[in-house]
Design a protein around this ligand. Structure first.
Ligand code: ADP
Length: 268
């Protein structure tokens, strides 16, 4: 019993009739957690090693490529799919390891522009059927760079995944006093208003024919939220169903800062 329950029993009966003390042996539970962590660490290594090899050899083949444009495009597809698998593995394993707490962040100070340039040039190569654009000033932030990268991969990956070919995906960084507002907008299928409050929930996927026809795990946005929360950032989604979606992250918390208004359709 906790203090409050004991207090109620004593007050109710006036004279105490007895006290229950319960002991729970946690040894097995702790051992299980340790075994789970070791297993996940091994699994993570086992998954990543072949993926890194596939990625590396495919890049090598592309660099020395002398075949047709069609076969070069196939190699690009292998890179794209192996990157997708790498991200899924990262998401799933990191999520299981619960490595999204403030204590586990490795915070440094870095510039956003090179990070975005690097991310975007990757997507521009692997998603040639979408217009992938970005706009940023020279902003320096304090964050766990790897985790921010993972967060942006999840948002930009979704923006591309849920936008038909020919769509636009735009990442924007705006400064407003102490607040850095980072947004990822797309001209995709959108999210119905009644589903918006749930998109950050674990394993949630929008229940519409258009969404269900696209593969997913329902973990990506949950991870984005965890990464944002570990940093103390705000994250939220706006959408017009059938027109597009914007995810916004506030990198510092100054509430007087107006959030960017996105108009659909986007212009690239
Ligand atoms: P998933 O792996 O299913 O994409 P997420 O957690 O990343 O999982 O997203 C949860 C759900 O939110 C998705 O299944 C999808 O229905 C919806 N969603 C996320 N991002 C977008 C987007 N940019 N446009 C439309 N729907 C989206």
């Amino acid at each position: 019993f906790d203090d409050r329950t004991l207090h109620l029993i004593f007050n109710f009966t006036r004279t105490p009739r007895g006290v229950f003390i319960m002991w729970r042996d946690q040894t097995e539970a702790v051992r299980f957690e340790e075994r789970k962590d070791a297993f996940l660490a091994e699994l993570s290594h086992d998954f990543r090693t072949p993926l890194t090899a596939i990625h590396g050899y495919t890049e090598l083949l592309m660099a020395r490529h002398e075949g047709s444009e069609k076969s070069y495009h196939m190699l690009e597809q292998v890179i794209q799919e192996s990157e997708r698998l790498e991200r899924l593995v990262d998401n799933f394993l990191d999520y299981q390891k619960e490595s999204y707490t403030a204590e586990q962040l490795s915070v440094t100070t870095f510039a956003l522009r090179p990070l975005l340039e690097d991310l975007m040039s990757g997507y521009q190569t692997t998603s040639p059927l979408h217009a992938v654009t970005f706009q940023t000033n020279d902003v320096w932030i304090q964050a766990d760079e790897e985790k921010l990268r993972q967060l942006l991969h999840n948002l930009i990956g979704n923006a591309i995944k849920y936008s038909p070919d020919g769509g636009t995906v735009h990442t924007q960084v705006e400064e407003c006093g102490d607040t850095v507002v980072l947004s990822v907008s797309d001209t995709g299928i959108g999210i119905p208003a009644d589903a918006l409050p749930y998109v950050f929930d674990e394993y949630y996927r929008v229940d519409s024919a258009a969404h269900q026809s696209i593969k997913g795990t329902g973990l990506g946005l949950r991870i984005c939220k965890r990464i944002a929360e570990a940093h103390g950032w705000g994250i939220h989604a706006d959408s017009v169903y059938g027109e597009g979606t914007t995810f916004t992250i506030e990198l510092h918390t100054r509430t007087s800062c107006p959030l960017p208004q996105t108009s659909f359709p986007l212009t690239s």
